[in-house]
Write a protein that binds this ligand. Structure first.
Ligand code: COA
Ligand code: AMP
Length: 631
């Protein structure tokens, strides 16, 4: 079948298209309505359908004879362990742990926060929640307690599930201490804290309502609880333009149908094959393609607790592909840049037998052509850049390798995936000409699997995504489409940045920097970084009459962001300036600051209030060696 035919059908005949796809799943009750609108006029998929996501990911495969097939391979160079679970073994762990959660009174609709490293117990916890119809909210383990506290206050979870510690190269991340701190800060206090002890009795579980994960797992197994297709499966918080993260809601039915469809049609992987997304369960890539997608499709998923480099070397990825016969691999371009830096000639790749590898997918940030070409030449297999975001839950652009292996264009994120009617609009919402840059927007309705709403925040959902271009979902990205229909994503049009494939808000950082008592005003921008894609840098002005030592304040600000957001923000520079560059109407010229650091040619804006400030900023960056222009 041709891509063009399938794609057209998915847009012109949506309901039949997705109804057919829905038939690939084992529903308890098939949906009565394929597409409808709720009381807020938001689109909903598969109303009336009854199902259970954990059943589809586990029990259904066992019933179909896959019980002895590997479901999950845990490979951890961080602790020197490889453990493998068949579908039956994983189902049994999930059913028992769900039984344990049930004894605590956790059931349908209750929220559970999961704050864990990349260990199989994180998957067990997610699927156990899904089994009970409880709504999980996984928080990336690299976020600081303050970030965790904000998510606790928004989602009001009945329980938090964690593990004794995470490992970052040779550094131990003490989760229990971090959870204790988050709970002190949060206004909402969860009833239960559950810890997986990575070493026997590592944590002293003395607190009231503190439980040992493994002891709960000794409970009687429970069957999957039927839920509505429109019931939430999870909330995943992501950065927006303000300090408060947005709770992206994912429903059960649309999610299951979309992910199953994507495994076959985008990733071109067959049940029984090994699929590896080298990401983290704390991000959407981890939710969709470490956990739910591969398991929904009957694949073996790889859970890797390590890094692309130094665990033990830059051959780590090739070793995992070889050891576990990975067919399809997916990671962020940052990881490839890190490998290339350590092993530019790809000598370590040659050490391993990677013949199992068929395709390599990249996403999470813009892939620079040099990285793309290096990887493509090295592995000599199709490398596909594809574009999506937490909100969409699955790819919106790419090459649908299971439908038609159309050519890849370097620098492009590909063609629209079935169901996504993508347009480039100008500020007024008019379609721009081919080749012209604009706002990337998706015509409503979004296909199954995308966010139906934000958790407890209908107003922010409408204002953030739907208001600006009526009838469209605004993605927050800018880009253009070429004559042949391929799209190019050029970056965010808001203040979200992407640091090592990690999505962060400069707005949030700005609020924190501004909260320092010595700071009069500030701007935080994302500047180019050769390894990480982008990294944040702050410019700040001291309050009049403050006697503070400028270097002390700079250090305090760096420390503040690390403490409040986490090391993952990679916030290393706060730079004191006399004034911020502004227009005469007082708007901070953030783009100009970025251009200076990135070494881009630019004209000094005619609206600037004081052109001399440009030179001052340039020399501050130069003095500190900040920005690729001054490295
Ligand atoms: N828990 C705690 N801390 C974490 C963390 C986690 N899960 N992940 C990252 N951090 C910390 C790091 O230890 C580092 O701390 P440091 O400043 O004290 O050294 C800091 O956050 C910055 O991390 P990172 O940007 O990841 O830099 P790095 O030098 O440790 O590693 C790469 C660089 C390229 C190897 C790494 O970023 C990587 O593997 N990237 C792939 C990204 C990815 O998979 N993204 C998912 C989206 S698809
Ligand atoms: P996240 O929600 O964390 O997955 O981040 C989503 C954002 O990452 C998108 O809005 C884009 O800005 C960026 N992004 C993801 N994939 C790509 C890609 N393939 N090319 C360019 N940008 C990407």
């Amino acid at each position: 079948m041709s891509y063009e035919y399938l794609y057209r059908r998915s847009i012109t005949n949506r309901e039949d298209f997705w109804s057919e796809q829905a038939k690939n799943l084992a529903w308890y009750k098939f949906p009565t309505t394929i597409l409808s609108q709720d009381e807020n006029n938001h689109y909903r998929w598969f109303k009336g359908g009854m199902m259970n996501t954990s059943y589809l990911c586990l029990d259904a495969h066992i019933e179909n004879g896959r019980g002895d097939q590997l479901a999950l391979i845990y490979d951890s160079p961080s602790v020197g362990t490889v453990r493998k679970y068949t579908y039956t073994e994983l189902r049994d762990r999930v059913a028992r742990f769900a039984g344990g959660l049930q004894t605590l009174g956790i059931g349908k609709g209750d929220r559970v926060v999961i704050y864990m490293p990349m260990i199989p117990e994180a998957v067990v916890a997610m699927l156990a929640c899904a089994r009970l119809g409880a709504i999980h909210s996984v928080v990336f383990g690299g976020f600081a307690p303050h970030e965790l506290a904000m998510r606790i206050d928004d989602s009001n979870p009945k329980a938090i599930i964690s593990a004794s510690y995470g490992i970052e190269f040779d550094r131990v991340i003490p989760y229990k201490e971090m959870i204790d701190q988050a709970i002190v800060e949060a206004k909402f206090k969860p009833d239960f804290r559950i810890f997986f002890q990575r070493k026997e009795n590592y944590d002293q579980l003395n607190g009231v309502n503190e439980f040992d994960f493994s002891k709960l797992e000794l409970s009687e197994p429970v069957p999957p609880v039927p839920v509505e297709a429109t019931d939430p499966l999870y909330i995943l918080y992501t950065s927006g333009t303000t300090g408060t993260p947005k709770g992206i809601v994912r429903d059960n039915g649309g999610h299951a149908v979309a992910l199953k469809f994507s495994m076959e049609n985008i990733y071109n992987v067959k049940p029984g094959e090994v699929f590896w997304a080298a990401s983290d369960v704390g991000w959407v890539v981890g939710h969709s393609y470490i956990v739910y997608g591969p398991l929904m499709h009957g694949c073996t998923t790889v859970m890797y607790e390590g890094k692309p480099i130094r665990t033990p070397d830059a051959g780590a990825f090739w070793r995992v592909i070889s050891d576990h016969k990975v067919s399809i691999m997916f990671t962020a371009p940052t990881a490839i840049r890190a490998i290339r830096k350590e092993d530019p000639e790809g000598k370590l790749f040659e050490k391993y037998d990677t013949t199992s590898l068929q395709h390599f997918f990249l996403a999470g940030e813009r892939c620079d052509p040099a990285t793309y070409s290096w990887l493509h030449q090295l592995i000599d297999r199709p490398v596909i850049d594809h574009w999506w975001q937490t909100e969409s839950g699955w790819p919106m652009l790419g090459i649908m390798m299971g439908v038609e292996k159309l050519p890849v264009k370097i620098g492009s994120a590909g063609l629209p995936v079935c169901g996504f009617d993508i347009h480039i609009l100008d500020e007024a919402g008019h379609e721009v000409e081919r080749g012209a840059e604009g706002f990337v927007a998706v015509k409503l309705p979004l296909p199954p699997g995308c966010l139906p709403n934000l958790w407890n925040n209908e107003v922010r959902f409408f204002k953030g995504y739907l208001e600006h271009f009526p009838g469209f979902y605004q993605t927050g990205d800018g880009g253009y489409q070429d004559e042949e229909g391929y799209f190019y994503i050029m970056g965010r049009v808001d203040d979200v940045i992407n640091v090592s494939g990690h999505r962060l808000s400069t707005g949030e950082m700005e609020e924190l920097v501004a909260s320092h008592p010595a700071v009069a005003e500030c701007a935080v921008v994302g500047i180019a970084d050769e390894l990480r894609g982008q990294r944040p840098v702050a410019l700040f002005v001291l309050k009049d009459g403050r006697p503070d030592d400028e270097f002390a304040v700079e250090d305090q600000l760096v420390h503040l962001i690390r403490e409040k957001i986490g090391a993952v923000a990679f916030f290393k520079n706060a730079i004191l300036v006399k004034r911020l560059p502004k227009t005469r109407s007082g708007k901070i010229l953030r783009k100009t600051i970025r251009n200076i650091a990135d070494g881009n040619p630019f004209a000094i804006p005619s609206t600037i209030d004081d052109p001399l400030i440009i030179e001052e900023i340039r020399s501050s960056f130069k003095q500190r060696g900040v920005g690729v222009a001054f490295d």
